[in-house]
Structures are given as structure tokens and as C-alpha cells.
Ligand binder design. Structure first.
Ligand code: ATP
Ligand code: MG
Length: 561
């Protein structure tokens, strides 16, 4: 028995613990994360990353490889390879070995030749359309290809000529000879190799034929000595084929494929194919647009890696398909930000307040805590003067009953400062829009004091001194990228028709507390009462700071629902 402090927390880890106990793989545990470099990683991949790399972290001596599943040269690119490595490292994981399926193309070719020699593979000349017709359906068996019984010699010759480029794409394929009557369609003589006259980002023009996923995947796992090949549920029906290839080729090791339920999130899409369309159509600002469900998008939005890992831990790993609420991910982010973000005041949609009884040239330094609970984060002085900005939404001319903020004749407390009363509402003659509020302040209410005779004020709002405001920032407030819960479900309407037109709101006129002028790229803050904000590392310039709203303070969607 292997001694370890490993505490299994899901069914896959329990299987691994049992395998360690029974010494099934000689005490060895080796997993891998096998992305195809045809897009950026998304939050679904994070679940798989946390599972595979997590096992390697927890089990003593265990390893996890990063292997690029680069068998389809027409869709793959080094840009994706680089982004995938960056994202995994940012999440805080390290791979034991870095591999590419394309490293094994020579060996895969040899294994294919071996299949032919065993009489278990043949070159088929049916056209793609014919092949579909021969395949049968879930209720009808397939039909055998007329090329199924070609001799080994002839097949070897044809396969060699496929490799040399003597045939055109789609003219011939190599197929495994399994069972056209199998109830599992994957077993009806699946394609092993196809012709693709494309340049590969690593092997260049060396190959004109490329292995299919099922063949390449099990062999890559086997070559690396993977013990537990963890994948998502849709590969359950591929497992018999995975096992068939390895059994037929009598390979020296046989990894165990284990499936788990993929992560689904509402209000977004997670297929790389769909995400690529958003990027190509310019609907979003690249793969790392802060609204994208990609890891790089979330990083740019300010989601901490620890929050994403915590989210993956908390949703758990099962075999049952389910959909996780996007708001749960946001809640994890909020919990992590709450602890570490310094508090600041910022007004995003300003309206001016003039305190008519406050001396013209007076400035008071109000002492404000940087964090309500963490004393070690200290305090700062925030200047207070006769003219301030408050949030337009914190004033209402004809408020409903439970509106505790500012209204004509009403009182409100300015956070860390005084209680004010709204005496006069100034409007634009033409538009009727409220342009300024004339108020009086109550000198005896500083720092939360309520003088005798004054009714306790319920509402507390944030403010920024007009004279001291920092205006060199653009603040970007985000909402869900889609306005429907399952954008790709109803296929009769394109998912692009379901985009939320208000997913990005740019606040060009924001008034920020002066200290924010010194904010650096990738710093984060809580803007009191508004949410958490992160300084965009890409679009912040010497002239303008760009703040991305990471997440609001409350789940505004819960209220609506
Ligand atoms: P997509 O459908 O987004 O294109 P994919 O499965 O084709 O994803 P791969 O690059 O092949 O993308 O995925 C790498 C690994 O990540 C695979 O092992 C896959 O099972 C896993 N994975 C992909 N999407 C999810 C998800 N939503 N939840 C959990 N694991 C996932
Ligand atoms: Mg895939």
C-alpha cells in the first residue's frame, strides 16, 4: 500500500486512491491536459485543468503533462499554443512534461502500418458522401465498404502512396476494420488517417496525411505512460474504440479512460467554434475581451486565479450533466475580492452638489479606512469641499416610499463626512434635466454623529470632491454577454442574435477620488457601493487609465429574477 496524505474529494480521485491501494499501475499516477490549440481556453477548460493538475498536486509523486492535441493543422495556430501555456501558468499550475501529439506522428504512422499488417485496417475509396450513406444510423446497421477486403499488400502500398501525396483530399482514407453492425457508430470502421494537404505549425509540410482524434489520442496517452486519461462525458461512446486500438496493437501500457460531466454555465457559450465567431466578427474585442468566458478574458476583467480555482473546487466533479449559474462564479470572485481589495470612492454617473453653507475655500481631509475589517490596510485622507459629485441615481425628484437616498427636502449622509439636506433642484431650461443640487450641510454630523433632535439618517451615499476629482479614467461596466440563459440552445435563431446590447457600458465622465490617479496596471479596488474594478493592463495609457468592472457588489440579476 502506498502511504499518502491524499484525500479523495470526487469519484475520479476515489478511483485513483483505489488504484494506488491495489497497486494497479505500480503506484504510478499520471494524468494529462490535452487541449487542441484551435482557440483560447475557457472556464470549462479550467475545470479540467484543476482536476488533472490538481491530482498531480495532491498525490505524492504523481505527474500531469500538458499535451497539445495538434492533429488538425487547418484550425491550429501557435498563438493558441502560447495563450494556453500562459493561462495554465496563470492559474498556478505547472506541467511535468510539455508534449505535442505531432511529436508522435512518426510512431502513429508505424502503428497504422501495423494495423494494416494485422489485417485490421484498409484504405477505402468511398467518397465522403458515400461513406456517410454506408455508415447506417442508430437504428440501422451500416454497410461494408467494397474495399474492406483488399489485401494487406495492396493496402500497405495505397497507404504509403497516401502519405506521399499521390491522392487528393477526400479521395482515400485509412479505416479500421471493426464492425459495421455495431450499435456504437464509433465502431463502424472509423477513419484512422485522412489526407490533408496543409502546413502544420510544427511539422511544416512533412505530412500530407493526419491521424484522426480517436487514434491519435489513445496512442499519445499510451506513449506518455498516462495512467488515468480523464475526459468529458461525450467521449464515453468513444471509449470502446480507445480500448480497441490499444488492445489490437497490444501496446505496452493501457491508460484507463474516465469520463466526467463538463462544465456548463448559463448566459454564455463555451464552444471554441462559437467563441471564434464572436472574435472574427468583431463583436468582442478579441479572445481576452473581459466579457468572454475565456480564462484570458476573466484575467483581464480582474478575476483572481484563486477565485477560479475555488469555483472549480466548489462545483465538484460528477458524472451527471448540469448547468452552473454564472452568478455562482461571480459570487466566488466577490468573496476573494472582498478580502483583498482596497476601498475607494468613485462616481460613475455624476451630478453636482453645491453645499451653499460650506465656506468657499475650505477643504477638510476626511479620514477613510482602506478596508472595513482589515486594519492593516490603513487609512487615507480624502478631501472634502463645497462642491461635490454624487451618483445621479442617488437622487430622485419624486422618490418612492422606501428611497433612502437624496430627494428634495430630504437628508442623506455622505459617507465618511456629513449629513446634507437638499434645498433646491436646478434644471436645464430647455431639457428639464437636473443639472445641480443645492444643499446645506450639517456641521455637527461629522463622521457618523447624529445630533440631538435630528432623525437618524438611513441612507449613506458616496461622493467625490469636484475640485479634487481625478477625471483621467475611463470606467467600463460590464453585464452578461448574452441576454438569454442558453444562447446556443434554440438553433433556429443564431446565438449572435441573442447578444446583450448593454454588455459594455463606457463611463467617460467618471469622477474618481484623487488617489486613484496613481493606480497602476492590474491593481484592483472596490469602488464603494459600486463593485470591484481592475486596471486594464492592455488599454491603459499614460493619458488614460482604464478600469474594468470585475464584478458588482450585489447580484443585480437575482433581484430581477
Ligand atoms: P470546445 O468544445 O470548447 O471546443 P474541446 O473539448 O473541443 O472544447 P479541447 O481543447 O479538446 O476542447 O479540450 C481540452 C480538454 O478540456 C478536454 O479534455 C476536454 O474534455 C476539456 N474540456 C473542454 N470543455 C470542457 C468543459 N466545458 N468542462 C470541462 N472540461 C472541458
Ligand atoms: Mg476536443
Amino acid at each position: 500500500m502506498t502511504e499518502s496524505s491524499f484525500k479523495p474529494t470526487n469519484f475520479i480521485e476515489q478511483m485513483i486512491a483505489a488504484d494506488l491501494e491495489s497497486d494497479k499501475h505500480g503506484g504510478k499516477v499520471q494524468t494529462r491536459f490535452p487541449p487542441e490549440p484551435n482557440g483560447y481556453l475557457h472556464i470549462g477548460h479550467a475545470k479540467s485543468i484543476c482536476l488533472n493538475f490538481g491530482i498531480a498536486e495532491e498525490v505524492k509523486g504523481a505527474k500531469c503533462n500538458l499535451r497539445f492535441d495538434d492533429t488538425n493543422p487547418t484550425k491550429e495556430d501557435v498563438e493558441y499554443v502560447d495563450s494556453i501555456m500562459e493561462d495554465i501558468q496563470w492559474l498556478g499550475f505547472e506541467w511535468s512534461g510539455l508534449f505535442y501529439a505531432s511529436n508522435y506522428f512518426d510512431r502513429m504512422y508505424e502503428y497504422a502500418v501495423q494495423l494494416i499488417k494485422l489485417g485490421k485496417a484498409y484504405v477505402c475509396s468511398l467518397t465522403p458522401d458515400q461513406m456517410r450513406g454506408y455508415r447506417g444510423t442508430l437504428t440501422e446497421p451500416g454497410k461494408e465498404s467494397p474495399w474492406r477486403d483488399t489485401s494487406v499488400e495492396e493496402n500497405l502500398d495505397l497507404f504509403e502512396r497516401m502519405r506521399k501525396g499521390e491522392f487528393e483530399e477526400g479521395e482515400k482514407v485509412l479505416r479500421a476494420k471493426i464492425d459495421m453492425h455495431s450499435p456504437n457508430l464509433n465502431m463502424r470502421d472509423p477513419v484512422v488517417y485522412r489526407i490533408k494537404k496543409a502546413v502544420h505549425h510544427r511539422t511544416g509540410d512533412k505530412w500530407l496525411i493526419y491521424p484522426m482524434y480517436d487514434f491519435a489520442h489513445c496512442l499519445s496517452d499510451m506513449i506518455e505512460g498516462i495512467t488515468h486519461s480523464i475526459c468529458t462525458l461525450e467521449f464515453e461512446d468513444h471509449r470502446p474504440l480507445y480500448d480497441w486500438y490499444l488492445n489490437t496493437l497490444k501496446t505496452p501500457c493501457h491508460p484507463q479512460q474516465i469520463e466526467f460531466a463538463r462544465l456548463n454555465l448559463n448566459y454564455t457559450v463555451m464552444s471554441k467554434r462559437l467563441l471564434l465567431q464572436l472574435v472574427q466578427d468583431g463583436v468582442v474585442d478579441g479572445w481576452n475581451d473581459p466579457r468572454m468566458p475565456t480564462i484570458s478574458g476573466m484575467r483581464r476583467r480582474g478575476y483572481p486565479a484563486t477565485a477560479i480555482r475555488d469555483f472549480c473546487d466548489r462545483i465538484g466533479v460528477t458524472k451527471k450533466d448540469s448547468c452552473i449559474e454564472y452568478s455562482f462564479l461571480e459570487q466566488c470572485v466577490r468573496e476573494h475580492m472582498d478580502v483583498k481589495a482596497a476601498r475607494r470612492m468613485a462616481v460613475l454617473d455624476p451630478i453636482k452638489v453645491v453645499m451653499t453653507n460650506y465656506p468657499e475655500d475650505q477643504v477638510e481631509e476626511m479620514i477613510c479606512k482602506n478596508h472595513p475589517k482589515d486594519e492593516s490596510m490603513g487609512t487615507r485622507n480624502v478631501p472634502f469641499s463645497r462642491e461635490l459629485y454624487i451618483e445621479r441615481a442617488d437622487f430622485m425628484e419624486s422618490p418612492p416610499k422606501n428611497f433612502y437616498r437624496l430627494s428634495p427636502g430630504g437628508n442623506v449622509r455622505l459617507r465618511n463626512a456629513y449629513v446634507i439636506t437638499c434645498d433646491e433642484v436646478i434644471k436645464d431650461d430647455k431639457t428639464g434635466e437636473v443639472t445641480e443640487l443645492h444643499c446645506s450641510y450639517h456641521p455637527d454630523t461629522k463622521h457618523g454623529k447624529t445630533p440631538e433632535g435630528m432623525k437618524k439618517v438611513k441612507g449613506i451615499i458616496h461622493w467625490v470632491s469636484a475640485k479634487h476629482a481625478f477625471t483621467g479614467a475611463q470606467v467600463r461596466v460590464y453585464d452578461r454577454l448574452f441576454s438569454v440563459e442558453f444562447p446556443s440552445q434554440d438553433k433556429s435563431i443564431s446565438f449572435k442574435e441573442k447578444l446583450n446590447p448593454n454588455s459594455l457600458m463606457i463611463k467617460q465622465n467618471a469622477k474618481l477620488e484623487g488617489s486613484l490617479a496613481d493606480a497602476k496596471k492590474e491593481q484592483y479596488f472596490q469602488f464603494e457601493r459600486l463593485g470591484y474594478f481592475f486596471v486594464d493592463p492592455y488599454e491603459t495609457t499614460d493619458e488614460q487609465l482604464v478600469f474594468n468592472q470585475t464584478v458588482s457588489l450585489k447580484d443585480s440579476w437575482a433581484k430581477e429574477a
